[in-house]
Design a protein around this ligand. Structure first.
Ligand SMILES: Cc1cc2nc3c(=O)[nH]c(=O)nc-3n(C[C@H](O)[C@H](O)[C@H](O)COP(=O)(O)OP(=O)(O)OC[C@H]3O[C@@H](n4cnc5c(N)ncnc54)[C@H](O)[C@@H]3O)c2cc1C
Length: 399
């Protein structure tokens, strides 16, 4: 494989993780990232099951564990901010073995630091067009350069431009909600604690590692699919004002802080479903190929595992069953990943239904559940039953 050139689009989680494995197989790897630096946004994300084994094989498990959020408690609050119920995080999180929870930013930074010495990172640019020939893909970048690569991997997230350029417009499966994450001053004074607040068709949550560090806030609201410009941050913030203003707790304070911050993430709760993850020499991974939606809590794990599997197969000679235009390794990557991805997608759809409450009755039911859970004589079994599909999905692949 030595000297084969690979272009990866996107320096989130999947892109740098794929770069890590390809460099070890002798590929010459370039990563192009549209943002001008690694994006320091996002909430905490889970790394579970097979994905923790990938971190171990990357030699990064200990570093990831050192950055674990160490969450202690989840507190549900009422409109006036008073606690409704507080539960130990260990009870609700269903961790097994080396499962961990890490800020998305820390995970992305870990992947970048493990690869930056061996990989060429180009920030502030993106693929403008691609032209495939029998011996490679000629890529023209938005800043004007044209370079030929042997393979192109799209790790550019839910709205992947690589996907659009190689496969055309693919409709997303909207799961009925929008989610936003941003940073606020930690006026809650919380430390390794998450606060959750439910309103009809709304969910607000906040987390901080330490009282002297800023907190991250998440606002999620139920909505049919809306037509909006993804680059128009002011319009997205206006949607959140419309959905949340005056809803109690610290919501108005959060909205005011949101207006002042640049660290802002907003997206639809959507899945990507594709009949194939590759076309010719172009392949997709992570959210670009199979976003399971944030509600699944499995996007980062799928990204890490997909990068590992693709990193083992990319560039393999095409076998007799592979399409003549495609690359043989892509078929093997997909064969191994599909069943695992499908389980996690199904789990994501289920969780998206449950994440945002319906009306007042649904909130009353939840509140009762939260208040009484800790007195339930078989609370561990109740939680175990709830978490079983997630644990099953997280481990549904042999590496
Ligand atoms: C800023 C941000 C915050 C997030 N916060 C959360 C969260 O709080 N909770 C959660 O569950 N999930 C979150 N996600 C999604 C989560 O990171 C992914 O589900 C998961 O980690 C899979 O990673 P990925 O590398 O496939 O995609 P992503 O992590 O989305 O990374 C994709 C990368 O591609 C870059 N990119 C996009 N378009 C182009 C382009 N045309 N050319 C080059 N680069 C491009 C993006 O800037 C990004 O760096 C967030 C994603 C982003 C980008």
């Amino acid at each position: 494989m030595t000297n084969s050139r690979v272009l990866i689009s996107g320096a989130g989680v999947a892109g740098p993780a794929l770069a890590y494995w390809l460099v070890r197989r002798g590929f010459d790897v370039t990563v192009v990232e549209r943002a001008h630096e690694l994006r320091p946004a996002g909430y905490k994300v889970d790394v579970r099951g097979a994905a923790t084994e990938v971190l171990r094989r990357m030699g990064l498990l200990e570093a990831a564990q050192a950055a674990d959020t160490g969450m202690r408690r989840i507190t549900y609050v009422k409109k006036n901010g008073r606690p409704l119920a507080a539960l130990p995080a260990d009870l609700l999180m269903g961790r097994r073995g080396d499962d961990l929870e890490i800020m998305r930013w820390d995970l992305s930074r870990l992947m970048y630091d493990a690869t930056s010495a061996d990989v060429e990172y180009v920030f502030g640019d993106a693929i403008a067009s691609m032209r495939e020939s029998s011996d490679g893909v000629e890529v023209t970048f938005e800043r004007g350069a044209t370079t030929k690569f042997d393979y192109v991997a799209g790790a550019d997230g839910l709205h992947s431009a690589t996907r659009k350029l190689s496969m055309g417009d693919v409709p997303l499966r909207h799961l009925g909600a929008y989610i936003s994450i941003f940073t606020v001053p930690n006026t809650l004074g919380i430390e390794r604690e998450e606060i959750m607040y439910f309103r009809p068709e709304r969910l607000a949550f906040a987390y901080a590692m330490d009282p002297s560090a800023p907190a991250r806030v998440g606002l999620t609201f139920a909505s049919p699919e809306r037509d909006f410009d993804r680059r128009d941050v002011a319009a997205q913030k206006a949607m959140l004002h419309e959905a949340f203003a005056g809803l109690g707790w610290k919501i108005d304070e959060f909205l005011a802080a949101m207006d002042r911050t640049d660290d802002f993430y907003f997206d639809s709760m959507s899945q990507v479903e594709l009949p194939s993850w590759s076309k010719g020499r172009v392949v997709l991974l992570g959210d670009a190929a199979h976003c399971p939606a944030p509600a699944s809590g499995q996007g980062s794990s799928l990204a890490l595992v997909g990068a590992y599997v693709l990193g083992q197969h990319l560039g393999e000679p095409a076998g007799p069953s592979s399409s003549s235009s495609g690359c043989g390794g892509y078929a093997e990557y997909e064969r191994r990943m599909r069943p695992y991805v499908e389980k996690n997608m199904a789990f994501g759809r289920k969780m998206a239904k449950d994440m945002v409450p319906g009306g007042r009755l649904s909130i009353a039911f939840r509140s009762y559940g939260m208040r009484t859970l800790k007195y339930h004589p078989r609370k561990e079994q109740v939680i175990e039953k709830f978490l079983a599909p997630m644990l099953d999905a997280a481990n549904a692949i042999r590496l």
